[in-house]
Design a protein around this ligand. Structure first.
Ligand code: IMP
Length: 192
């Protein structure tokens, strides 16, 4: 079976992708490779950040690999928090603070439109390929649900009445921005 490195320390993401690619690829996380450093995410866009991470690991191991980056883009906030989603309320902040900041900034705002976007950068045999998955929806007025992570309690995807944090995990994981990007990656990898 062919091997590919996923440039992440996040075990949850690794398992999700391993299960999607299990018939065609052995996917190794950074811990599996004995790589414990954090890769800086210093770029101004999601795709540049995904590229930074995949290039760093491609150079280090000279081996095919991919990396992802995700952001929540809120229309009334001009696309913020976007690339700053993980640290919107400040360095070392927790998800709760990020959500509260978005809800506070949207107080009294009628336009609640938002979308989650995931970009995956793949380095395969010396060439980069980018894959995007996105889900449109709206920001709630308060938190709903306990499941998921990050901004899930304040995001309702279009076509549903539950927030991502109220949905069964299997439904979120099959329909999410990340799932859509990963499915494109999987289709590409299987045919190359
Ligand atoms: P990352 O690029 O996957 O590390 O995501 C950056 C930030 O976006 C995370 O810290 C989360 O706050 C948020 N995020 C990423 N994916 C999701 C998701 O599926 N639901 C809710 N928040 C997410």
């Amino acid at each position: 079976m062919k091997e590919i490195i996923f440039a992440t320390h996040n075990k949850h993401k690794l398992q999700e992708i391993q299960s999607i690619l299990k018939d065609s690829f052995t996917v190794l996380g950074l811990e599996d490779m004995g790589y414990y450093e954090e890769i800086p995410e210093t770029a101004q866009t999601l795709s540049e950040n995904a590229s930074l991470k995949s290039q760093c690991i491609y150079k280090h191991f000279s081996s095919n690999c991919f990396a992802d980056d995700t952001g929540l883009e809120v229309a009334a906030l001009g696309g913020k928090p976007g690339v700053y989603s993980a640290r919107y309320a400040g360095e070392d902040c927790i998800a709760e603070h990020n959500m509260m900041k978005v809800l506070e900034e949207l107080k009294g705002v009628d336009n609640r439109k938002a979308r989650f976007v995931t970009i995956i950068s793949l380095w395969l045999n010396g060439q980069e390929h980018l894959f995007e998955g996105s889900v449109s929806g709206s920001i709630t007025h308060e938190k709903h649900g306990e499941k998921g992570f990050g901004y899930d309690p304040i995001f309702i995807p279009d076509g549903y009445e539950q927030s991502f944090a109220e949905m069964p995990a299997a439904l979120k994981n099959a329909t999410s921005h990340r799932a859509l990007a990963v499915k494109k990656l999987a289709k590409f990898l299987v045919s190359h």
